[in-house]
Design a protein around this ligand. Structure first.
Ligand code: 13P
Length: 256
């Protein structure tokens, strides 16, 4: 039992048109739009932010983006700024997802710039960290997570860090159906909480939410969400259908 409100966030990745987003969000709003004991966030692709935002207006569901550029404006063809996301009423942004790190060569330093830009614009970063299979098998999981976490939060003040959400996503569990065991996940979550305590103090570390991501499904969510330091989920595949996403939200409500 913790004082942290659970958070379930759907990362839709490169899925759903604007019209499909309206349909999915409408179904989620109908089922859990009035729920107040879990924070719910949907992160559609940029092209569906506006339609998703309209469909969730007047509900308790919040809008997030999957990425952004650190600069406010300028010659960055194909990029989107924090201010543009705010103008669409987004309040969260996923930063440093392993797919961005691996496929688009994003570095910890670049991700850190984005974290600062998000905070400056009142967007809550969902900062993703996690090891690859080779890193886990090589015994460097905690070292990799520590580097990504501390570099991602470099220069973030004590007054800002409780607005940050951390997502632990072991890369080998993403989209593979291979979920981390509850012990594997809780070990890393507790380690992250320990690092936050060391760097920001106990009171603040107790406020920061640490989500698990990687093949989280209604069947495995209750056990994961019952862990002391697992404060919710960042959901890929299971967020693309209202039924499974709503079941995950309900699992978080029951785990509270
Ligand atoms: P899956 O839930 O599809 O494994 O994706 C997890 C993820 O990457 C969320 O950001």
């Amino acid at each position: 039992m913790s004082s942290r409100k659970k958070l379930i966030a759907g990362n839709w990745k490169m899925n759903k048109t604007s019209a499909e987003a309206t349909a999915l969000v409408t179904d989620v709003v109908t089922a859990v739009g009035k729920l107040t004991d879990v924070d719910i966030v949907v992160c559609p692709p940029f092209t569906a932010l506006e339609s998703a935002g309209k469909a969730l207006a007047d509900s308790n569901i919040r809008l997030g983006a999957q990425n952004m550029h650190p600069e406010a404006t300028g010659a960055y063809t194909g990029e989107i700024s924090a201010g543009m996301l705010r103008a669409l009423f987004a309040t969260y942004v996923i930063l440093g997802h392993s797919e961005r790190r691996a496929l688009f060569a994003e570095t910890d330093a670049f991700i850190n710039q984005k974290v600062h830009a998000a905070l400056k614009n009142q967007l809550k970063p969902i900062l993703c960290v996690g090891e690859s299979l080779a890193e886990r098998e090589g015994g460097s999981t905690l070292k990799v997570v520590q580097t990504q976490l501390e570099a991602g939060l470099e220069g973030v003040g004590k007054d800002q860090v409780s607005s940050v959400v951390i997502a632990y996503e072991p890369v080998w569990a993403i989209g593979t159906g291979k979920v981390a065991t509850t012990d594997q996940a809780q070990e890393v979550h507790a380690f992250i909480r320990g690092l936050l305590t060391k760097n920001f103090g106990e009171a603040i570390a107790q406020k920061v939410r640490i989500l698990y991501g990687g093949s989280m499904k209604p069947a495995n969510a209750p056990d994961l969400l019952a862990q002391k330091d697992i404060d919710g989920g960042l959901i890929g595949g299971a967020s693309l259908e209202a039924r499974s996403f709503v079941e995950l939200v309900n699992a978080a409500a029951a785990a509270k």
